[in-house]
Write a protein that binds this ligand. Structure first.
Ligand code: NAP
Ligand code: F7E
Length: 347
């Protein structure tokens, strides 16, 4: 019987980490994840994969933090992974303007800490994936590909550009198998509730069931290339199975405005956004990324990667899932549970 490959994931509790862990477990991997300590459980997205380690679970969790290099090194030594998927980050662009120093600590220096730990533990045997972002292109005109120069427009994007260049430099300086996936926006029913797509599906489904009345938004003219997270984690894995380490753009190749997303969501529920959507200046960013539209032809040709889920199917999937969630909320409310705070009071 072939020996299972061992993978270590930072950010396993996040949207992408949960889909990637599922994907790798299905391929027969032993999956290890770095989880930060929190006062409430932060493992909701991966609980369904967790089994008692005493009974030989294929997924194991380790306490660690991207701001703590010593612990990252200890985890690497203890786990001995063949593949490291570095997904952990303070990943919210607007929040990065509120918390620039912490964002750089976790996104830029966190990546450097991990690369340094790998260099010491085993510089050539471990394959390393860096979660790069289309935000790095920022104000560069579309379409954006691997050849497009970066023009970052937020502390988050500046930190990702730093991490990107470190990965290239560790590859060239130490011969490490280290790659950057430059992923455009990808969404799912597991998307954090303060990102635009999910904020809209949560709000519209709650409005439909009478749990909320208004959705407050910032800039609705921005355009994004939105794909499905489940498709994008396949690309991460493919990048680490190649003969040579190379960087790839991952995108759908079509772009839609925030307004289009909101209309598509409200339409499906028979609601008119004009009755419910209002502007709130606090959701605007000091500098915005106006249009993202990815050219993923290199990934199509070299990895054989193409997205399966399109815009309409993604909207359907997220609306259906959040409608179920809102129905549960309403049932709890009817059973006398306290009304939860409105989504927009949270971020
Ligand atoms: P996410 O849902 O926000 O998940 C982020 C993960 O990082 C969570 O597991 C979080 O832990 C963890 N984390 C945050 N700060 C940490 C720290 N200091 N130490 C250790 N772990 C920490 O993000 P995502 O959407 O899955 O994205 C995954 C990665 O891809 C991120 O690096 C993101 O920047 C990048 N990316 C995302 C997209 C996208 O559209 N989703 C596109 C391009 C790039 P908690 O659960 O405890 O918060
Ligand atoms: O914003 C606009 C906002 O926060 C999308 C992260 O995963 O993808 C994500 O970053 C657009 C922006 O995602 C609201 O101004 C309007 O133009 O969902 P978002 P993002 O900033 O594109 C990239 C690729 C990453 O790497 C990041 O980690 O929507 N917008 N009104 C709003 N956005 C939010 N969040 N909330 C609003 O009320």
């Amino acid at each position: 019987m072939p020996v299972a490959k061992v993978a270590l994931l930072t950010g396993i509790t996040g949207q992408d980490g949960s889909y990637l862990a599922e994907y790798l477990l299905a391929l027969g991997y032993e999956v290890h994840g770095v989880v930060r300590r929190s006062s409430l459980f932060n493992t909701q997205r991966i609980d369904h994969m967790y089994e008692d380690p005493h009974e030989g679970s294929a997924m194991r969790l380790h306490f660690g933090d991207l701001t703590d290099g010593v612990t990252l090194r200890r985890i690497l030594e203890a786990v001995g992974p063949e593949e490291v998927y570095h997904l952990g980050a303070q990943s919210h662009v607007r929040v990065s303007f509120d918390m620039p120093e912490y964002t750089v600590e976790s996104v830029a220096l966190g990546t450097l800490r991990l690369l340094e730990a790998i260099r010491d533990v085993d510089r050539t045997g471990i394959r390393f994936y860096q979660a790069g972002s289309s935000e790095m292109f920022g104000a560069a005109p579309p379409p954006q590909s691997e050849r497009t120069p970066f023009y970052p427009r937020s502390p988050y994007a500046c930190a990702k550009v730093f991490a990107h260049h470190q990965v290239v430099n560790y590859r060239e300086a130490y011969g490490m198998f280290a790659v950057n996936g430059i992923l455009f926006n990808h969404e799912s029913p597991r998307r954090g509730e303060t990102f635009l797509t999910r904020k809209a599906t949560r709000a519209a489904t709650r409005i439909k069931l009478g749990l909320q009345f208004t959705l407050y938004l910032g800039n609705t003219r921005a355009k994004r290339d939105w794909g499905y997270a489940g498709d994008y984690v396949r690309a991460m894995h493919l990048m680490l199975q190649q003969d040579q380490p190379e960087d790839f753009v991952i995108a759908t190749g079509s772009t839609h405005s925030v307004q289009e997303w909101v209309h598509a969501v409200f339409d499906r529920l028979g609601l008119d956004p004009a009755d419910h959507v209002r502007e709130d200046p606090r959701y605007f960013r000091p500098t915005e990324v106006d249009v993202l539209l990815g050219d993923a032809s290199k990934a199509r040709e070299r990895l054989g990667w193409v997205p399966v889920v399109g815009f309409d199917e993604l909207v359907d999937m997220m609306v259906t899932s959040d409608l179920r969630l809102a129905e549960r909320e309403r049932l709890l409310l009817e059973a006398g549970h306290r009304e939860p705070p409105a989504i927009e009071s949270r971020a």
